[in-house]
Design a protein. Structure first.
Length: 320
């Protein structure tokens, strides 16, 4: 035993230096404390930013109701947007129309694209298609607005005018199409990541029972990743609700409660842009109304994000 111990290499100064990791000195403890404080400050910055936005919107919204004399019920359910009524029901209707219409385009296209990329596409094809699809998310939204004016609306007129349907220059259908195309990458990318995370063993077990690739994709993989897919739908819809420039250029600024998607509408974000670009004096009811509208928009998007997190936590499948 002693002969074996004598043959072992003796610790050198270099090996002794590695023991510093086991017993950190004052400098390493100070470095760790600094890193901890820095990370905490970064986290608090995001939280304080959200709290600051909420406080500012709340204070200005209360000030709006005091100055204008409009009740919250009249504000939410009134049909006259102009002062002194400030009813935003047409704005809510226009926002909902764009969100629902764009979702009818983005959700099926994005989900089918995600299924193809995760289950059918070869590795080389996927390495090209997925980055190409995600490039759509990098295009500025104002470009989508010009695309609606120069391409989508003329195309709709070419198709619908001959059958007696009048398409206005600014219309809700064009806005739904361009916003739907714009949020496809969000649905597709997030859904594809969730579908790819499903364990390969589930697929192999289904193939072993004689299932086809389509049955595996739709009856095994998709139900297993349904919570994440649904969360991607909610996030995409919340993005559509908060879209501004593409909707302003495509849908116009005419408050309307019409069910006709071929006429001009106005969304909450378009109203905020109009008030900011106007000549209203600071502190006037009209200038304060944008904070109230922004508060409603904030509550809507926050509620949708909370719903997505609840669904993800409630129906999430954990595989060991």
């Amino acid at each position: 035993m002693g002969r074996v111990m004598s043959q072992l290499p003796r610790p050198t100064s270099k090996s002794r230096d590695t023991n510093l990791w086991a017993s950190p000195g004052p400098w390493r403890r100070l470095e760790g404390s600094f890193a901890h404080v820095f990370l905490v400050l970064c986290t608090l910055t995001t939280v304080l930013t959200t709290v600051s936005i909420l406080v500012i919107l709340s204070v200005q919204t209360v000030q709006f109701f005091r100055v204008s004399g409009v009740s919250p019920f009249q504000f939410l359910f009134g049909s006259d947007v102009e002062s002194p009524h400030f009813g935003i029901l047409p704005l809510i209707w226009g926002t909902a129309m764009v969100a629902v219409g764009s979702s009818l385009i983005a959700v099926p296209v994005g989900l089918l694209s995600a299924i193809y990329l995760s289950e059918y596409a070869p590795r080389r094809v996927r390495s090209v298609l997925k980055p190409s699809l995600e490039l759509l998310a990098g295009i500025p939204t104002i470009v989508y607005g010009f695309l609606a004016l120069q391409l989508v609306t003329p195309g709709l007129r070419l198709l619908l005018n001959p059958i007696g349907l009048d398409v206005e220059q600014f219309n809700a259908l064009s806005a739904c199409i361009v916003v739907g195309v714009m949020i496809i990458p969000m649905v597709s990318s997030l859904s594809e990541d969730v579908l790819s995370a499903v364990p390969q063993g589930l697929r192999e077990a289904a193939y072993g029972l004689g299932a086809t690739k389509f049955e595996v994709s739709t009856r095994i993989v998709l139900p297993a990743a349904l919570s994440g897919v649904f969360a991607s739908f909610i996030l995409a819809v919340s993005r559509a609700v908060g879209e501004t420039m593409a909707v302003v250029l495509a849908a116009g600024r005419v408050p309307s409660l019409s069910l006709n998607p071929l006429v001009s509408i106005e969304t909450m974000t378009a109203y905020i842009v109009a008030v900011v670009g106007g000549e209203e004096a600071p502190g006037s009811p009209t200038s304060l109304s944008l904070f109230a509208v922004a508060m409603v928009l904030f509550i809507v998007t926050l509620s949708m994000n909370i719903v997505s997190r609840v669904v993800l936590a409630r129906y999430r499948e954990a595989y060991v």
